[in-house]
Design a binder for this molecule. Structure first.
Ligand code: HEC
Length: 109
């Protein structure tokens, strides 16, 4: 019995690792949830992005103006300007939000 448990442990550990790696795949999460507005390149030059006024996140100044905490909060709780909803509160997990922000950071020129 003991031996079996010892064998099962690494397997469970490996599974946990792959699940985490999957959840934290920022690029895929970003592609699925953010490109519609922010674009593949983060420039926000999509139809929706232009309409809503998405900024150019390939620009270092734009990136520097928003902290990770602020970014996280705006995605998690949504972002509004006056009465206009810019981003709806996200249904993504905290890990996925962080991973997608981390990916957005890599789009900085
Ligand atoms: C419906 C369009 C839309 C979607 C989808 C969307 N955003 Fe946004 N987002 C905007 C707009 C518009 C703004 C406000 C202008 C700007 O900062 O680009 C914004 C702002 C932001 C900001 C700055 C927040 C702040 O407080 O200044 C970050 C970071 C961001 N988005 C990241 C993301 C990420 C990551 C995703 C995907 C998980 C995402 N957005 C999905 C439209 C969208």
């Amino acid at each position: 019995m003991k031996k079996l448990a010892l064998l099962a442990l690494p397997a469970a550990f490996a599974l946990a690792l792959t699940t985490t790696a999957f959840a934290a795949d920022g690029k895929a999460t970003y592609s699925d949830n953010c490109t519609k507005c922010h674009g593949d390149d983060g420039k926000g030059a999509t139809k929706m992005g232009t309409k809503l006024g998405a900024k150019d996140y390939s620009d270092a100044t734009v990136q520097a103006a928003v902290s990770d905490d602020q970014a996280f909060k705006s995605i998690k709780e949504g972002l509004k300007k006056d009465d206009k909803t810019l981003m709806k509160p996200s249904e993504l997990s905290d890990e996925d939000i962080k991973a997608s922000v981390a990916y957005l950071r890599t789009l900085k020129k």
